[in-house]
Design a protein around this ligand. Sequence first.
Ligand code: CU
Length: 122
Amino acid sequence: MKTLHSTTIALVLLSATGFSYGDGMNSMNMKDMPMSGQMAEQMNGKVHHGIGVVQRMDAINGRITIVHGPINSIPWPAMTMTFAVQDKKLLSQVKVGEKVAFDLMASGKDQYVVVQINQAHD
Ligand SMILES: [Cu+2]
């Protein structure tokens, strides 16, 4: 899985940094590392899977509105929501009106970003 692979890379990078700067006072200060927020998120971040129908897409702002079913892992009931997409290219993978399967990751408090989306085959 892509997510597990990324997490492994993040752990390796963190370990390498620890060895390189192990004697430094700030060796554990992850804020010094570029992309540390993203790494931390990937280490703590859980991927949530949803199924829904695309209602609207905003390619300019990288947003997608999905009428989605319940996502028990968050937990959410069925509802219509607009999400930011992690990469605007994701929007070219689906069409309005299409049934989709998508993955969400937490992006700040009570916010989720679409990290993967594809047409759902039933
Ligand atoms: Cu929702």
